[in-house]
Design a protein around this ligand. Sequence first.
Ligand code: NAP
Length: 270
Amino acid sequence: MKVGVIGYGSMGKMLLEKLSLNSNLIDEKLYVANRSYEKIADLAKEYHVCHSNQEIAKEVDILFICVRPINMKNVLEEIKTTLREEQMIVSLNGSITFEQIESVCKNKVVKAIPSVLAEINKSQTLLCCNALVNEQDKVTIKDLLSGIGSVIELPESEMGMGSELVSCMPGFIAAIFNEICLSAQKHTSIATEKIVQMVLNTMIGTGQLMIENDHSYQEVITRVATKGGITEEGVKVIQESFPQVSDSIFEKTLEKRRQTALNAQKAFKE
Ligand SMILES: NC(=O)c1ccc[n+]([C@@H]2O[C@H](COP(=O)([O-])OP(=O)(O)OC[C@H]3O[C@@H](n4cnc5c(N)ncnc54)[C@H](OP(=O)(O)O)[C@@H]3O)[C@@H](O)[C@H]2O)c1
């Protein structure tokens, strides 16, 4: 099977590196194309370097399009006459709809939203397929993406919120625990690196404990925060103050997502 990537940015580069390493479905070098050719010109040893989006669209069976939403329409317009019916397009963007893509190309379309954790093969990747994608296609694309972590399928209407929960979440988690480390620093002379290490290892261990023992968040709280104890005091503060913060996070991000979708819609109407 021939697989290609349009867009050699953060996501495109990561996918190229990971897919070629992890998949045995891919039986030859991956294909790559990018708007600025100079960025990929020296990659001929690793990939088939294409000079245009039409060239890559002609060659591959599955085409990952890893460009910003604002550039998606242009890319689709460039390749629409080259694409064959059986080819699958994979969009990495949660804001661009199937309807918008199908208004240009009548192909099998998959939306796949990985996270930065793909770098260590731990991405919780989201998947959503248009009506032309059959069960065998789904097996193929899930197999490809399983090389970067696990895959969960969602309806198109939930891809926005789903993206907040997997794609934005590493940033949210880092921001929350950074604040916790900064607060801890005010009350101790323990070196910052040691605080970070302690919190980080405890955070990872808590996640592993939950997965291995099939614990809910509440079960962990109950085990650690004994009645009248010290942990209970901290948990109470979090339960009283944090709901406003987390509500606000999703209100802001979902509003930003709506704006991004509107901008993409404008680009598709132009
Ligand atoms: N970053 C994340 O964590 C993440 C996670 C999940 C999903 N996504 C989604 O993945 C997509 C790509 O994001 P990114 O972070 O990889 O963006 P990025 O780093 O800005 O890379 C975009 C790439 O697309 C290329 N490009 C733009 N227009 C093109 C065209 N007409 N033809 C060919 N190549 C073109 C750019 O080329 P130049 O070299 O000329 O600029 C650039 O290399 C976005 O839709 C984003 O929402 C991102």
